[in-house]
Design a protein around this ligand. Structure first.
Ligand code: ADP
Ligand code: MG
Length: 752
């Protein structure tokens, strides 16, 4: 029984509606131990016949038997496993992994079959010696001559150790001397395998072939030596431990995870240019995605942070809200520089209060308005005069007969209480009143804004209580953190409590060992957009029903239920912060852009109301517009990255087609690719983090980047890493699908 038998086999090519005959009605018997040379002029069907025999191409008519088994019902995957078991291919174009060494190329064939490393080492070295390349075993294939490359290909075929070895024009690219060496090697191999060689150069093989088949026009016209096709008695395996190879295949074992990882790592670094390009692409992805992410967050933040309350009461198009890029408080020098900058009409130092209203009231009269610094008052009061003490204020408002009551003059010199959201109360005296609208100033009438002009110290006081009510205040008490809310249960100043101490209700006692809070420590923390203040205090004791009045000096426990008391100095430590936000008004709206540029260069973040206030007014709207935009941009980035990576990985296409021809399945191939891309993207990520770190410690200096970084939290960095990983996995999956979508040979032709 022959190894391969063809009975009346025909193969047609269909292309563009034309049918061409590849081979027609071919009859052929091939046996182990034969060295068959197929020859004939170009176009005679040699390659077609070889491809049919090796299962690379299908046939349309006739029958083919493999070791007696009929193959007409074979599916593509049947032929695939036939090739894996029986066929090793040698090509005119060598088809090696040129970035691997000789040893690595030969070992690959055995690794794919899942052989043990020690077995691989032994066998591969043996085979390399046999093909005469031992001294070159650690040289990269790209550095070898054509003849040497073909020897590597033969060595690899030997390592694959199949019963049939096919070679299509193996000497086609070689000079006659190298060709001779190859012919001899093949002859040697043919002693125990079926070797089929296609060549148009019959002379080279004449002395060695056991059988010569001549083709013409798709038919066999001559077949000499068939009868003398002798099978030599060759029992012992020539190389390595052949029996185990058969076992591996029988058990359908394949490449181990360790080897997959090893190959993935090797592939990452073995082509430096490709490695660097991939890094660039991933860094491009990281920076574009993070930039998008930051811009969404920034917009949201800007809207959220402006004036604590998401909207402005003053929409003046000339207004630019500024904060310092390092988010520190404004200094006197900052204010002066801003005030004296060109095109600045006025500067509102207390921007947050500018948009927040306060009441001043006593039992007869109450007035509601926005707080401004007395420095911003550009008129002389119509009634009374300018303040002479820190606790004196000037009121300003539209004089419609209601704003200041019936007898405005009587308000001068009276004492009022200022009340803010913060709840803290402050006594002030009215020094003067500015009446708007009395001189027929139409514009002033439209704004309808009541203003209260405060001195600096007064502003600091009010600001402190505003911060107290707008900060998130937490207390870390014996390992548990709780949030303190203004009002009942909140933090309150009490003069009976010494500095550095805190007084708690008895309800806190059980939280401590032995049931006593006294003498233990608590950690207070006040956090807001611009500051994060921690303060350690010692618990001076707890108060209950009986001790409340004695310990606090207050009356009526019911009204103060659950309150926590600290000293005024400590309260100031927590909340007495500078001003972090100011507003610059330009002299003319046409100067806002120039001003914005100047401010940003000068170290400020800016929010130009003219640009924003009409576009969106709240956070939700920002998400509605910005988020989909960011998603679209990110998707675009991914697609660009995918196509660029595909281009860069073009060489990988040939590589994986080669692996596939050596019998590797889709899954291991995908994992090898995945290892490579994940490594690439993680290295890019590490570089990105390094760059950020260098920026943080000031080695690299980019204000814009610093600005961006303030918006990224640890969670965002993790999300970014996950996005990259997912991307690497998806791309390797897609890439493998495209490699495995057509037949191994088809893919190879396409990729090469
Ligand atoms: P050889 O290898 O002897 O040069 P081939 O087996 O390549 O010959 O080709 C045999 C015949 O089949 C030729 O007439 C050729 O035109 C045709 N043929 C080969 N490959 C294709 C193909 N992919 N599409 C169409 N016709 C083909
Ligand atoms: Mg050919």
């Amino acid at each position: 029984m022959g190894m391969i038998r063809l009975k009346n086999v025909s193969k047609y090519y269909y292309s563009k509606g034309i049918i061409a005959s590849g081979i027609s009605r071919v009859n052929l018997d091939l046996d182990a131990g034969e060295f068959v040379v197929i020859t004939g002029e170009s176009g005679s069907g040699k390659s077609t016949l070889l491809n049919v025999i090796s299962g690379l191409d299908t046939y349309e008519e006739g029958e083919m038997y493999i070791e007696g088994k009929e193959t007409s019902h074979y599916t593509a995957s049947d032929f695939e496993s036939y090739r894996q078991q029986y066929i090793s291919c040698i090509f005119q174009s060598f088809n090696l992994v040129s970035s691997y060494t000789v040893y690595q190329n030969v070992a690959l064939a055995m690794q794919i079959d899942g052989c043990d490393p020690s077995e691989i080492r032994l066998t591969v070295n043996d085979i390399i010696k046999k093909v005469g390349l031992y001294e070159f075993r650690n040289r990269k294939v790209s550095k070898l001559s054509g003849g040497q490359k073909q020897r590597v290909a033969i060595a690899r075929a030997l390592a694959k150790d199949t019963k049939i070895l096919v070679a299509d024009e193996p000497t086609g690219n070689l000079d006659s001397e190298s060709a001779e060496g190859i012919v001899e090697l093949l002859t040697d191999i043919a002693s125990d395998k079926l070797v089929i060689v296609v060549t148009h150069n019959y002379e080279q093989f004449r002395d060695h072939a056991t059988r010569i088949i001549k083709m013409h026009d798709g038919k066999i016209v001559e077949d000499t030596g068939a009868a003398s096709g002798k099978i030599k008695d060759e029992a012992a395996p020539a190389y390595g431990h052949r029996s185990t190879r058969a076992e591996h295949r029988a058990k359908k074992e394949s490449i181990s995870y360790g080897t997959q990882l090893k190959l993935g790592v090797r592939n990452t670094f073995n082509l430096p240019a490709k490695f660097l390009l991939l890094l660039l692409v991933f860094i491009f992805v990281i920076s574009s995605v993070s930039a998008q992410y930051v811009s969404v967050k920034k917009q949201k933040d800007t809207v959220a942070e402006v004036g604590w309350n998401n909207y402005f009461t003053n929409y003046d198009p000339k207004r630019i809200v500024v904060e310092k890029q390092d988010r520190s408080a404004f200094t006197k020098a900052d204010y002066e520089a801003l005030e004296n900058a060109p095109h600045v009409e006025k500067l509102i130092r207390e921007d947050i209060m500018y948009d927040s209203s306060v009441y001043i009231e006593n039992k007869d009269f109450s007035f509601y308005g926005y707080v401004l610094n007395i420095n911003n008052l550009d008129k002389t009061p119509d009634l009374g005069g300018l303040p002479k003490a820190d606790d004196e204020v000037v009121l300003s408002g539209y004089d419609d007969g209601w704003t200041f009551g019936e007898k405005p003059g009587e308000l001068i010199g009276k004492t009022f209480t200022v009340s803010t959201d913060g709840g803290a109360e402050q006594k002030v005296k009215v020094a003067g009143i500015v009446m708007l609208g009395t001189d027929g100033d139409e514009e002033e009438m439209v704004t309808e804004n009541n203003m209260i002009y405060f001195s600096d110290p007064l502003i600091a006081e009010v600001r402190k209580s505003m911060y107290a009510s707008n900060s998130t205040t937490t207390m870390l008490i014996n390992g548990t953190e709780q949030t303190l809310y203004p009002g009942s249960g909140g933090l309150t100043v009490n003069e009976n409590v010494p500095e550095g101490y805190i007084l708690l209700p008895t309800s806190y006692d059980p939280m401590f060992k032995e049931g006593y809070a006294a003498g233990k420590e608590v950690e207070l923390r006040a956090k807001a957009l611009y500051y994060d203040q921690e303060l350690s205090l010692m618990i001076m004791g707890t108060y209950g029903e009986k001790t409340f009045e004695r310990k606090t000096g207050l009356e009526n426990l019911a009204e103060h239920d659950g309150e926590i008391y600290i000293n005024e100095m400590d309260f100031r430590r927590l909340y007495e912060k500078g001003s972090f936000q100011a507003s610059v008004f330009v002299d003319d709206t046409k100067n806002t852009d120039g001003m914005k540029d100047m401010l940003e260069r000068g170290g400020y973040h800016t929010l130009v109301l003219k640009d924003h206030i009409n576009n969106f007014m709240n956070e939700e709207l920002v998400s509605i517009i910005q988020l989909p935009m960011a998603v679209i941009v990110c998707l675009a980035v991914f697609f660009i990255a995918y196509f660029v990576i595909r281009l860069i990985l073009k060489s990988r296409g040939v590589y994986f087609a080669t692996l596939r021809m050596l019998g590797m399945g889709k899954e291991p191939a995908r994992r090898i690719m995945r290892v490579e891309l994940i490594l690439d993207c993680m290295i890019s990520y590490a570089l990105f983090m390094l760059f950020i770190y260098l920026n943080r410690i000031g080695v690299v200096n980019s204000a814009k980047l610093m600005d961006h970084l303030t918006y990224l939290t640890v969670r965002d960095y993790i999300v970014l890493a996950v996005i990259l990983l997912v991307m690497a996995v998806l791309i390797s999956g897609r890439f493998m699908r495209s490699i495995f979508k057509s037949s191994a040979m088809g893919t190879y032709r396409e990729e090469a």
